[in-house]
Design a protein around this ligand. Sequence first.
Ligand SMILES: Cc1cc2nc3c(=O)[nH]c(=O)nc-3n(C[C@H](O)[C@H](O)[C@H](O)COP(=O)(O)OP(=O)(O)OC[C@H]3O[C@@H](n4cnc5c(N)ncnc54)[C@H](O)[C@@H]3O)c2cc1C
Length: 448
Amino acid sequence: MSLEKPEAIIIGGGFAGLSLAVFLAELGYQITLFEKKPLLGGRTYAFVDRKTKCWVDNGQHLLMGAYHETLRFVDTIGANYALCSQKQENVPLILDSGEKINFKNHLIGILGLKALSWKDKFNLISLYRSLKNLNKLASLTVRQWLVNEGQSLKSQKNFWDILTLATLNDDPEVACAKNLATVIKKGLLGNAHDARMIFPKTNLNDLLAKPAKAYLELRGHKIIRDSQVDCIHILDKKIQSVELTDGTEYRANLYVSAIPFQGLLQIIPPGFVDSLPYFSNLKKLETSPIVSINLWYDKEIFEDFFVGSAYGSVHWFFNRNRISDVTHPPYHYMGVISGARHLLDSSRDEILEIAKKEIEILFPKAKEATLIHSLVNKEREATLSPTPASELLRPEVQSPFENFLVIGDWVKTELPATIESAVVSAKLAAEIAKARLKIEETKVSLAG
Ligand SMILES: Cc1cc2nc3c(=O)[nH]c(=O)nc-3n(C[C@H](O)[C@H](O)[C@H](O)COP(=O)(O)OP(=O)(O)OC[C@H]3O[C@@H](n4cnc5c(N)ncnc54)[C@H](O)[C@@H]3O)c2cc1C
């Protein structure tokens, strides 16, 4: 390894790949990053709506104050301006009865929550106690855990299920209890700063793709878009090169995969996938979809930044104009359905009808407003499905090949598969890369 200029190849330009590029650049690595699409950002991107010519996010992304590594990274690339913190103190929640309540998203707020009976609140003592040993929760689903801890069906439907879907993007029947417990511990039981919700107020490209690209290119690193890595070549337990679909080969000292597990299985030669459990286990992982329904009205139909709902199919309604400080029409709202497997075969018109109907019941002003435009976006492979089985299979960042690291929201980070998990995985990879540099330095000084 040349100490002056160690080279790293990163495959994939989402949150994980771009944050690692920045971390490795800070360590002195020369970066070449390959992204198969024309646009950087991965699953965090915005596109131009054909009719309105406006930028629309692929789905509402929500961060928390507890996303420490993500917030530091966003600050480093100078994109802090693209975020805004929850201004409203209360989180509005619509119960299954249609009644609207407010709660504060921290411990005291939950104790005051109307959706929980006195018995549910008393049983929180035992639930909080079970947070002391998260590993004990690894084999349970959220539903099993909540039932064991004496949470009533009503409290599950009106609070816990919405929290699970929003933070883990899957049904409490299948999602792993350890993941929800982590969210409660780091978010709700953290300090007020960690519990606050943070929204991208610009489109997602301004938060990630544009500033990260500018940061890296200004410092002389290469970001090569429209370039898909087709396979990696392995010899003597080391990566020798990566080959693009056009046949060109690139070499470096360190190689990092920052792509989802389905893609990783495509670029590893099949013989290695079959013989190494590190890779063959990835075949057992599954994903969970998110459906977003964008609605533009001529009048404002509610004023809150966002509203959670246990009433029907749509779990959250976001007020894009309020979040982005836009005070003029059209008024853009985004409905979000998490863990939306049941809707994958429904047509966009059918999904739109479901959302419109619910909005008109929950926000009566919608009946007096004109729906100007709508757009339904299905992200089929939005996140890793966080089952107890998949939690056991999430791989370590260090692969069986010494010079090959694997990062992404889905690898083992002790966090749900979120943006923060993607950036934490990059941080773990940067620590390994730093240690490699130290070893090389020691070798050189011993030789000298
Ligand atoms: C609709 C939606 C809403 C979400 N909401 C939230 C939220 O509110 N909060 C939250 O924390 N998280 C949310 N997430 C999850 C979040 O988007 C992901 O956790 C995060 O973007 C994952 O980043 P990543 O870098 O690990 O992977 P990705 O973003 O998937 O990046 C991988 C990149 O690799 C590229 N690639 C793949 N194969 C190759 C190849 N062979 N060669 C070159 N490039 C390749 C891909 O094109 C992609 O750009 C949401 C996701 C979706 C889809």
